[in-house]
Design a protein around this ligand. Structure first.
Ligand code: SAH
Length: 258
């Protein structure tokens, strides 16, 4: 170990911590330090059991999040709960899959804490759209294929309105990592194609990235739109669209994974 300083988790504060895509080895040292000191861990469904095993056995666990895609707690309930626990003088660790600020609503929780005058720390995590891809041998960028990677949510915002200009993304000529997109793949694909993306564009469906159950299906945009018309995966799934998908073929023979 070098000169890594373990942070002190002060009572009455909240840590918003990213748990990464699932493999506990992808947690940061700060996340592990927090898990060891926390009095209460408020976690969502995406956080794997393997990660929760690193918590202190004395820590109380509270589930807050979505089950089967349906919210079981409203966002304001969760924020109020974090505030109440902190006001009890507890060390509150809010644990989220991936990175707390990437489609994780960590921003809303941080804002609620700030408004309530509760001090908090953000511990970033490895987001699925980058670390999850790496685990299946798909580099986020490569000089031969792309200058950008778009991280985009396929699921509309809370008010149900999809504000993404998918046609423009189809015209962009750069790969997409689509979170929460499988169930809307047909509609999203049609709009990407309307924007100019060719139907034969390579596509990968990556499920449970970095977990023992990790799975990848490689296909094309057109075939996936047909095949996954009614798909509602219960496991977390990323849809990767673009030439970066093919880069894994040269790596697979030697890639140790997961
Ligand atoms: N904050 C998280 C994303 C939360 S949104 C992050 O930064 O990764 C939830 C979506 O993330 C899932 O529907 C899925 O699209 C993606 N996701 C999270 N973990 C994943 C995993 N292990 N494998 C594949 N996709 C994952």
């Amino acid at each position: 170990m070098t000169n890594f300083d373990e942070l002190l988790f002060e009572p009455g504060t909240v840590w918003l911590v990213g748990a990464g895509p699932g493999d506990p080895g992808l947690l940061t040292l700060h996340a592990v330090t927090g898990l060891k000191q926390a009095d209460v861990i408020v976690h969502d469904a995406l956080v794997s059991d393997h990660v929760l095993l690193l918590a202190s056995p004395k820590a109380r666990r509270e589930f807050a999040g979505k089950r089967g895609g349906r919210p079981s707690h409203s966002q304001s309930d969760i924020s109020l709960r974090l505030i109440a626990l902190a006001k009890e003088g507890l060390r509150v660790l809010r644990l989220k899959g991936g990175d707390p600020f990437v489609f994780g609503r960590g921003g809303e929780e941080a804002l609620a804490l700030a408004e309530a005058g509760i001090r908090f720390r953000i511990v970033p995590g490895i987001t699925a759209g980058i670390g999850g891809l790496a685990y299946v041998g798909i580099p986020a960028t490569s000089r031969e294929t792309n200058q950008a990677l778009v991280l985009v949510a396929g699921h509309p915002a809370a008010d149900g309105e999809d504000r993404v200009n998918w046609e423009a993304l189809g015209a962009l000529g750069q790969p997409l990592a689509i979170y929460m997109g499988l169930s809307r793949l047909r509609e999203i694909g049609a709009r990407l194609i309307a924007g100019g993306l060719v139907p034969e564009t390579r596509l990968a469906i990556v499920t449970d990235a970095s977990l023992p159950s990790q799975n990848v299906v490689e296909t094309t945009l057109a075939a996936a739109m047909d095949h996954y018309r009614e798909a509602h995966a219960s496991a977390p799934t990323l849809v990767v669209v673009g030439a970066i998908v093919d880069l894994r073929h040269a790596l697979l023979a030697s890639l140790i994974s997961p």
